[in-house]
Design a protein. Structure first.
Length: 114
């Protein structure tokens, strides 16, 4: 009988230990539930922000340049460069010609003035 009572006492101690552990588990579960609630709130905020970003991207996308637009712009810039260089060469020729003519005229005037 003493053996049975000893075993019952051990079972009661085990049951008490299990109750303590169960209380700790319940506490952990309630903490997890609170964290999950905070996580759900954060996720809904993130979803709202992503939706806002998506709408901004959707409104901006039609106005962005495509690769074809950039290539066309490069071609236009190259044409403009060639035209500027051609004009620069033409202006340089005229400038040198005018300078030579001015020097010749100045020399001629200097000859007659003496």
């Amino acid at each position: 009988m003493e053996d049975v009572l000893g075993r019952i006492g051990a079972v009661e101690i085990s049951a008490t230990d299990i109750k303590v552990r169960l209380g700790a588990v319940e506490s952990a579960v309630s903490d997890i539930k609170a964290r999950m609630g905070a996580m759900e709130s954060a996720v809904s905020e993130i979803k709202a922000q992503v939706a806002g970003i998506a709408s901004v991207i959707a409104s901006v996308m039609p106005h962005l340049a495509t690769k074809a637009d950039v290539n066309a712009l490069k071609a236009d810039i190259n044409e403009l460069r060639a035209e500027v260089h051609a004009r620069e060469a033409s202006l340089l020729k005229w400038l040198i010609g005018t300078l030579i003519a001015s020097v010749a005229l100045a020399c001629t005037i200097a000859k007659f003035v003496r």
